[in-house]
Design a protein around this ligand. Sequence first.
Ligand SMILES: [Zn+2]
Length: 288
Amino acid sequence: MPQTRKFGLYLPGGVEDAIAAIKGGLKITACQVYLSGPMRYLPASRYMEDKVAEAIVAFQQETGVEIVVHAPYVISIVTGPEKSAECIKRHLAICDKCAINNLVVHSGSWAGELDPVETWVKFLNEQVKIQDFATTICLENMAYGNGRAMSGEQLNKVCEQVRWPLGDTTMPAVGVCLDTVHAWVGSADLSKLDKKNIQVIHLNQTKDGLGSGHDRHSENHLNEGVIQAVSLGAMLLLAPDATIISEFDNPDRKEQEKEIDLVQNLLDQVKATGITPAEAAAINASGA
Ligand SMILES: [Zn+2]
């Protein structure tokens, strides 16, 4: 069944600013926002007000635009589990109230002896009590080198082991947000990542090399970097229904519109070629 895949941009400001930008003519069917900021633990409390939440629900229903929420970067389930659980719970409560389907959370750096799968499963089940919420947590693959980033296999295991009690069949309790730059510069083996777990794709570009471990968020447009269109396209094909978010970080409206056109062009190309990730990797490696 052909699906109209949702795509759009990270938009700065709060949800209200994002809604205003879309109502003002930005042609996107999805956007990503923070509920306070990337470096603050707690989301702005106004989102729990009925009036504010109702407006967000109504906007999504009327326009079909999907709002994705990104949790703050400061979450660390190893060094600050209580604070992190509180932060995630507050975000999940707002997402539930505002009918937001996906909350993106960084999967973290795993340098010590702790097993990331066990730690995440225990944290989500026991500290977050994920069964109390309906929103899907999308664990994002990270850019770390030296094996510190979770592998595709490990991400799959968390998705499999954390479930809602009644086995909701339409949405998983935990999914994956696949960041194209983190996949490119990181050391994690994502070859076994089950594509059915991918709910969101961060479609980003970089000037850093394959496996370099650098994670510099780019103000590059999608066509200005080292990841060729064929590789980006292949990553999109991995999960044909996943919502696409470009995290292009320039608030200028003209630049945002240019980025949207680039995403749309890439999606059109993807439809036309049907190339597999393996083929794309070969082409990228050969420098063609
Ligand atoms: Zn992220």
